[in-house]
Design a protein around this ligand. Sequence first.
Ligand code: P6P
Length: 334
Amino acid sequence: MKSITLTQFLTEERRAGYGSTDLTQLLEVVARACKRIGVATGKGALGGVLGEAGSDNVQGEAQKKLDVLSNEILLDANAWGGHLAACASEEMADPQPIPDAYPKGGYLLLFDPLDGSSNIDVNIAVGTIFSVLRRPQGHRQDVSVNEFLQPGTQQVAAGYVVYGPSTLLVLTLGHGTHVFTLDREVGSFILTRRDAMIPEETSEFAVNMSNQRYWEAPMQRYVGDLLAGKEGPRERDFNMRWVASMVADVHRILTRGGIFSYPLDSKIAAKGGKLRLMYEANPMAFIVEQAGGAASTGHGRIMELQPEALHQRVPVFLGSKAEVEAAERYHLDV
Ligand code: P6P
């Protein structure tokens, strides 16, 4: 069967009314940059880019050399094309406007350049997560951080690339969620799964159980009932997976179902949660919802949150729709 490249897919989506020439260019630039990130991560110890960078990011987290390199690859790739006005990243305190030497476009790009980077040194899959917004109507000439503070429902596209046994690009433009596999010999992302759908029911959950004693009561009850299995109120046994690389955990859920959760706990409650709303939770929520799943804070739809700060954090429950709704019922019955 003739293979469909990312370029052909985006062209056909544009003809169907999804996307624009500039958005197509933006997504192809991001995909190309992610191929370069994949090459760098794939070199491992041979590339001289493992280990700590010796600096902290705005989150106060020690940066890996590959965090910094991945961030630079995405910034450099997006500087000259004229499709973007600015980039925001987990690795930068403030948004970076497109250099004055180049024209500014109508889109804003947000990304976690290398999510799960603590796993790099132990050779576990990591990934890049990105989200695309339009500049708000009536914006001023200079880009302000407030332009980024739009609810997830305003995203025009979102995706991730998982650097695993194969390199996969997962993408939505609001018209389904689709999977592309990198043909490393040709260097093209080939459409390998159109309209991915997450099974509505699941018996597999993903959570960091070492935080259990810090969870709020509803989360304790919810997971306690999962662990009780068929002797408990859920009347079936559950399996658990936790890669501690959101992209890898979410891709498993996109592929075979499951629920991923990073809830509030007393250690991180003051920060509002662990995962970042703008470039982790919102893009993953868009991807999951377009695949028939659900994405909730435990109290409501993640994508409806009105952001108040670029790096704000949020509790996350996402994946199989019926299981996310079950988890919400524990939180809403308090
Ligand atoms: P923990 C990686 O640092 C990350 O942001 C997500 O990719 C992942 O799901 C989570 O944090 C892992 O957190 O506390 O289990 O190390």
